[in-house]
Design a protein around this ligand. Structure first.
Ligand SMILES: Cc1ncc(C[n+]2csc(CCOP(=O)(O)OP(=O)(O)O)c2C)c(N)n1
Length: 623
């Protein structure tokens, strides 16, 4: 990028407003890993209001030549877009998101939480009240009865990995570098918020010109400590039935090849978490998803594992089956993670290190498993694949099933494609049933499982990846209804997606969960209050109204044809698939602790609760 004039003399200053300084500084920031350098924040998304239209809008117009502004249709959505971009960039880049004071800012809260939970960097720049209080209570200001210095932006504090508020221009000199440090630190990253007071944004100061010189942030690969490594190797040598779990950290670290080499050299089978989907290519040692949304094969091997090597995973209760999956009486854990808090989970022997470096060292030093164990694992994998294949077909009654939709889309997937899912049946089903074609990638946001993450996140992936492969978005009708408006942005920016809407006329997964666990379901079907008739939303027509191509597919053949057409076309396609309700894929066999109603008038509810408590007693272990 062009350097700004005057960066050579150490005394030189440049007079800029706070907004102009933010815009200039962001353009000068680069990240570097493994010798490859890229812009750390190559673009900004924003919806303007009175809070930042003058201070930041003017700055972008004047100084933002290399910080293009993109317009989302909802502030929450743009944070999801930044997450998709960051996931595709393996956390080495992200986007800035700016929102106005008040509702614009609070619309970003859900996005902030989603990013932080998923350990994905996003830079949020909400406008804030008048620092000078000159204008009194500004439009959209919350007046807190007990604290004069609180604004709605304080709600970001628990949702972010770093929060700051700028009341004077010169505070940027320390605030911006600290924000970037957190964003690019693999152990600390998540949402970072810098709240910008509305009046401060327009206030000018003499900044040292050197502050705006290009700066490269090196993202290092933390090597394992020799003592921690020795402990991990001792455990691997003693293990008879080891299992590895690949989490999102494997993907962020670009450790897929190292993982495969480790597995092939040692024979240690690998199961994946949602964030780690696609870390291990399909093959003999790939057991697929682990836990509640996992495969029977992975869960059976996990049940008898005497050593679990957790790589880049947060070990949520969906992965651990609410602490019920690992049942070997003497099971031990190794935690490979750049984040020490994760490395220590389940009282693991910690190996606080970059996943790729750690796996490369372990692959050279760890022993191979016994052939008999390898055969046993292979038998489990084959049995699962046969059971899954039997379930992926139609239901014989003509209606499309969820399994048919996934298998038809999966059959259309090629190297260079992506699949994205976040809430409802889709992320669990993709974890369980989707084969990530080598050379393609998956993004399952199941840390926060935020409905309406999918389409905006897919835009972020497309923005990062450029033209080329297909980006398949698998969503339920409920999720479409919650967050389809970014389809307009897709057309506006010419970012092509292929969105498959599974229409079961309900919040189907929650409906099934409620019925399965309590016998009753309240408020989950999409029916008219007056007479219970189905709402009959036409999702294809809705998408057409946004400028997309809309298709309706009622059987697998029509879906395959629509997918082929979508690939050939150059606009976003939404394929509306009415699906048979209540036919999920084969159960993983894992336990999930939802809690129980301890009192209920209905005997059948009490019986279900008692059965759940008995399972909890039988299966759950506190390590
Ligand atoms: C923002 C948000 N609100 C609520 C939920 C809880 N929730 C999880 S899945 C789901 C239903 C999703 O319905 P749909 O998109 O139709 O998918 P289906 O369950 O039918 O597969 C709900 C309400 C959530 N995950 N995210």
């Amino acid at each position: 990028m062009a350097e700004h004039p005057g960066t050579t003399s150490s005394d030189e200053t440049v007079r800029l407003t706070t907004g102009q300084a933010v815009v200039r500084w962001l353009q000068a920031q680069w990240s570097e890993r493994d010798g490859v350098r890229r812009r750390a924040v190559p673009a900004m998304f924003g919806i303007f209001g009175h809070g930042q239209v003058l201070g930041l809008g003017q700055a972008l117009a004047q100084d933002g030549a290399e910080l293009p502004l993109h317009q989302p249709k909802n502030e929450q959505a743009m944070v999801h877009t930044a997450m998709g971009f960051a996931k595709a960039a393996r956390r080495l880049q992200t986007l800035a998101c700016t929102a106005s004071i008040g509702p614009g800012a609070t619309n970003m809260l859900t996005g902030a939480a989603t990013a932080t939970v998923n350990r994905l960097p996003v830079l949020l720049l909400p406008a804030d009240t008048f620092a000078s209080r000159r204008s009194g209570v500004v439009l959209q200001q919350l007046e807190h009865p007990l604290a004069g210095d609180v604004s709605v932006n304080d709600a970001f504090r628990p949702l972010c990995r770093h929060f700051d508020r700028i009341a004077r221009p010169e505070q940027l000199l320390s605030a911006l570098p600290e924000a970037m440090r957190v964003l690019l630190d693999p152990a600390e990253t998540g949402a970072v918020t810098i709240a910008l007071h509305q009046d401060t944004l327009g206030e000018a100061a003499d900044f040292p010109a050197r502050f705006f010189a290009p700066r490269t942030w090196r993202v290092t690969r933390r090597p394992p400590d020799p003592l921690e490594l020795a402990d991990a190797l001792a455990l691997l040598r003693a293990a008879r039935r080891p299992l590895a779990i690949a989490g999102g950290g494997v993907i962020h670290s670009q450790a897929e090849e190292a993982l495969l080499a480790f597995a092939q050299r040692t024979g240690v089978p690998v199961a994946e978490t949602s964030a780690g989907k696609g870390a291990m290519p399909p093959g003999p040692l790939a057991l697929g998803g682990l836990g509640v949304n996992g495969t029977v094969a992975a869960n059976r091997v996990a049940a008898e594992a005497d050593l679990v090597v957790c790589i880049g995973t947060r070990l949520t209760d969906f992965t651990t089956g609410s602490h019920s999956i690992f049942r070997h009486p003497d099971v031990r854990f190794v935690g490979i993670n750049v984040c020490a808090a994760d490395a220590h989970k389940l009282s693991a022997a910690p190996l606080v290190a970059d996943a790729r470096v750690a796996l490369e060292v372990l692959a050279d030093a760890a022993p191979a498993v016994a052939p008999a164990y390898r055969d046993e694992v292979e038998a489990e994998r084959r049995a699962w694949e046969a059971a899954l294949a039997a379930e992926l077909g139609g239901d014989g009654a003509g209606a499309l099933t969820q399994g048919e939709v996934y298998s038809t889309v999966n059959a259309a997937a090629r190297a260079g494609d992506w699949v994205i899912a976040a809430a409802g049946w889709a992320p669990g089903d993709v974890l369980k049933a989707w084969r990530v074609v080598p050379g393609s990638r998956a993004h399952l946001e199941f840390g926060f499982s935020c409905m309406a993450h999918e389409i905006p996140a897919a835009l972020g992936v497309r923005m990062h990846e450029g033209e080329g492969g297909e980006i398949f978005v698998l969503i339920g009708d409920g999720t479409y209804l919650m967050g389809a408006s970014e389809l307009v942005t897709a057309g506006q920016e010419n970012w092509k997606l292929t969105v498959v809407v599974l229409d079961n006329a309900a919040f189907g997964s929650i409906d099934a969960l409620a019925r399965g666990k309590t016998g009753v379901s309240v408020g989950n079907e999409f029916v008219a209050r007056s007479d219970g008739r189905p709402l009959g939303v036409d999702y294809a027509a809705n998408a057409e109204s946004f400028g997309c191509s809309g298709r309706r597919a009622e059987d697998a053949g029509a879906l395959a044809a629509a997918l082929a057409e979508a690939r050939e076309g150059d606009v976003t396609t939404v394929i509306h698939c009415p699906t048979a309700p209540g036919r999920p894929l084969p159960d993983s066999g894992a336990f999930w602790d939802l809690g129980v109603p301890e009192e209920a008038a209905d005997e059948s509810v009490r019986a279900l609760a008692a059965a759940h408590l008995a399972e909890r007693e039988r299966l759950q272990r506190r390590y």
